[in-house]
Ligand binder design. Structure first.
Ligand code: THU
Length: 137
């Protein structure tokens, strides 16, 4: 899938974000090796701790439906709904660790988007150098 298409899906998923506490709305879309796409948003909680990031929502949705191989993920996060997001929302450390479980660090691409045409591209290896994964056990 074209990067711009995946970014568009991440931007669209922001509309489902449940972020009444931080007001920081995040959407994500992950492409599986078979070409299917799973989307996710951040889901917050009054107790704060149980909140879940958009990336993990998308990954857990995919894994819970039998998908374990991924090519790329797009992420879009920011304060304004329906407007171009203000900054690049790179994945938190917990989400990077979850990506380490299922994604090949040197091949998995992370697109961090402000808009459909304005995004930065990283590999998981770049965002998680010397990361710990199943290979280290
Ligand atoms: N968040 C994400 O969903 N993904 C990120 O990459 C960064 C942070 C969420 C968690 C929380 O609901 C809100 O954004 C503010 O941290």
């Amino acid at each position: 899938m074209k990067k711009e298409e995946l970014v568009k899906k991440a931007l669209e998923s922001r509309k489902y974000s449940y972020a009444p506490y931080s007001k920081f709305r995040v959407g994500a879309a992950i492409e599986c090796k078979d070409g299917t796409v799973y989307t996710g948003c951040n889901v917050e909680n009054a107790a704060y701790g149980p909140s879940n990031c958009a990336e993990r929502t998308a990954i857990f949705k995919a894994v819970s439906e039998g998908k374990r191989s991924f090519t790329q993920i797009a992420i879009a996060g920011g304060y304004e709904e329906g407007m171009e997001v203000s900054g690049y929302a790179t994945p938190c450390g917990v989400c990077r660790q979850v990506m380490m479980e299922f994604c090949e660090p040197e091949n998995f691409v992370i697109l961090v988007a402000k808009s459909e045409t304005d995004y930065k591209e990283f590999t998981l290896k770049e965002l998680m150098p010397e990361g710990f994964g199943a290979a280290n056990l």
